[in-house]
Design a protein around this ligand. Structure first.
Ligand code: AMP
Ligand code: MG
Length: 487
């Protein structure tokens, strides 16, 4: 049993973390284990029994080669700078090199207090651990860049949240845990040389081609911006609302991270917010691209000193990149929207077509996910099913006329178009009411609904018999859905 650790962050970036030890769990019991992911990482669990496996994944026993550290970072939270954040309830165990040579962070979330815990208890409870596991694995199956979940282990401890709840730890796997907030920390606490070291590290780890650029740090900013554009566009395509896009929750790799208050939108509205603390709608569905740009400006600020040292026009060039953000974002987003709408050919009016779709849908109560699946069938089956999603079908009639006229001009046959649309428009997403049902059952000791749901979400695009309830929105009289941070 050997895991192939190589802990480059701890080795190279002193000053950006604190070495620390895990609070060992009282009684580690394995709740979930992602065997396929373990295999992909080359983590060998062959010769050990269940309790040793739970011990390893729960933090009772440190795998050989691990060097637990709490990473330091800062962050803009709801627009305000907090200079001292960091892993307050997680530890980076180290980096494993997978059989294909790729490097992954292994992070244990919920493993107790650290020097960065501030007032928190450093713990995690079972519901949020399972929620992160389910939603992150669903995102991966949707083809969206994301951190992954290797396991959930209950700790045998009671943790105070809504009353006393079961303590749990989640093993999170990421391309890395570098964040925009990591750069903000290096700039705020150490200055230029540490920023350069961190930037060189990030380039080597994620964007090695940037090292060859005239100005590697500007190239890093551009690469991160493009990765974040791809990411946020992919969220917009499936109706994912992250909920807390603070700069400490924005990765340099371009993976989705931090599944706290996130949720999928059901009825379309650009202003949709689920998070209990997002009163101003800063992280509302339609605002996510703007916030992404704002976050990239913060990365630009943190990198400014090293960018300008390479090139005195560097700041002007960085500003130009940020100016170009809307065009780059729209190009990426439109490419995905064309696929969702079944348009095989480009037309200069496409952006207008898509914009008018969202205008027509606003406030009509139409389920975002169902809309695209039903749209695919309109040319053959007619509009009835699609119209039924709308409070006032007239609202979408004009748009449908334009869309039908448009696809009538395309050469691709109907069945090919439907098949193509169904590979990008999911049928099964983590429906909020189904997630809650599964978590409720799990809290009462019944993991069956949760495991069924994991299985449903593993193949989100492929219609399967008997799964109709997973494709339906919540009943109309369901209470408004609310999510919480830091649970
Ligand atoms: P999050 O909202 O999960 O992104 O967390 C924001 C900050 O609060 C990070 O620095 C976390 O490490 C910290 N934090 C969140 N929950 C806890 C907790 N239960 N104990 C200690 N620190 C926490
Ligand atoms: Mg966070």
């Amino acid at each position: 049993m050997a895991w192939n650790f190589d802990n480059s962050y701890a080795r190279e970036l002193e000053g950006l973390y604190a070495p620390w030890q895990i609070d060992p769990p009282e009684d580690a019991q394995l709740t979930l284990f992602n065997g396929a992911l373990a295999e992909r990482l080359g983590l060998d669990f062959e010769d050990i029994g269940d309790s040793a496996r739970a011990g390893l994944l729960g933090g009772a026993q440190l795998p050989e080669g691990a060097e637990p550290i709490a990473m330091a970072y800062s962050g803009h939270q709801f627009g305000h700078f907090s200079h001292q954040l960091g892993d307050g309830r997680a530890l980076l165990l180290g980096e494993v090199i997978a059989p294909d040579g790729k490097r992954f962070d292994l992070q244990l979330k919920g493993s107790g207090r650290t020097p960065f815990s501030r007032g928190g208890d450093g713990k995690l409870v079972l519901g949020p651990a399972l929620r992160e596991y389910l939603v992150s694995e669903a995102m991966a199956a949707l083809g969206i860049a994301t951190t992954r979940s290797l396991s959930v282990v209950t700790t045998g401890e009671k943790v105070r949240r809504n009353g006393l709840e079961q303590g749990a730890v989640l093993m999170r796997v990421a391309a890395s845990h570098l964040r925009v907030g990591s750069f903000e920390y290096a700039a705020a606490h150490h200055g230029k040389e540490q920023v350069r070291k961190l930037a060189d590290y990030a380039i080597a780890r994620h964007y090695p081609e940037a090292a060859e650029a005239d100005n590697p740090y500007l190239a890093l900013l551009e690469a991160v911006m493009d990765a974040q554009i791809r990411l946020v566009a992919s969220w917009m395509h499936v109706g994912f609302i992250h909920g807390v896009m603070n700069t400490d929750n924005v990765t340099i790799s371009g993976e989705t991270i931090d599944y706290g208050p996130c949720a999928f939108m059901d009825r379309y509205s650009g202003g949709t917010v689920f998070s209990s603390i997002d009163h101003g709608g800063r992280y509302a569905f339609a605002n996510q691209p703007n916030i992404c740009r704002w976050n990239m400006a913060k990365l630009g600020s943190a990198l400014a000193e090293v960018i300008v040292e390479e090139d005195e026009d560097g700041i002007a060039k960085a500003n130009q990149l940020l100016e170009d953000f809307p065009d780059r974002y729209h190009a990426r987003w439109l490419e995905g929207m064309r696929a969702k709408l079944g348009l095989a050919e480009n037309d200069e009016r496409d952006l207008g077509l898509v914009a008018s779709l969202f205008n027509a849908m606003e406030g009509q109560g139409a389920d975002y996910t169902q809309f695209f699946r039903l749209l695919a069938r309109v040319p053959e089956d007619g509009r009835e099913a699609l119209n039924a999603l709308f409070d006032e079908p007239d609202a979408i009639a004009g748009w449908l006329d334009t869309w039908e006229a448009r696809i009538a001009h395309e050469e691709r046959p109907h069945d090919k178009r439907v098949a193509a649309m169904n590979t990008v428009n999911p049928l099964y997403i983590p429906r909020n009411h189904k997630v809650e049902e599964a978590l409720q059952a799990a809290a009462n000791g019944d993991m069956d609904p949760f495991n069924t749901m994991l299985d449903v979400l593993a193949r989100p695009y492929e219609e399967r018999e008997g799964l109709e309830e997973y494709a339906r929105p919540a009943p109309a009289d369901a209470p408004a859905y609310v999510t919480y941070c830091g649970t």
